[in-house]
Design a protein. Sequence first.
Length: 152
Amino acid sequence: MSLVWRAIGVLVAALAVLGCSSTGQDAEGAWGKAEDGFRAMLHSPRALLKEGEQIEIRIRIRNTEGEIRDFPSSGDLVLKLSRSDKDLGDDVDYVTLAPEAIKLAPGEERDFLLRRYPTAGPQATLCRGPGAYRFRGTFRKLDLPPLEVRVQ
């Protein structure tokens, strides 16, 4: 059986070299601690990108209470970016996720686009070139634990 797993590993590595690897696979951070009945996490639709593609960062909000709750749809966002443990700076902004407060049932989750970071060209100011990029920060009072996205 270990021979089968070894063959699968070799195949995955070969596909990665050819650029056909898990580019469609999600990248997810951990859930942050609950605050005021909500918790949040960062995620990206793709864990692995090619240089020149944009890194899409999304936020997922979850209602942790036992009743329908309104989540305020706008607030301060602070994202700290790093690559290979080198600080790349902070992306600080006031962000609106939706036109009005977001109603969430108990345990319900919703996704919202936060940012798209170019990885090549003149617009690539924070995420330029290949590497493992880490994003972490806060939205409103919610902690956003680290998320890693790789650019080849």
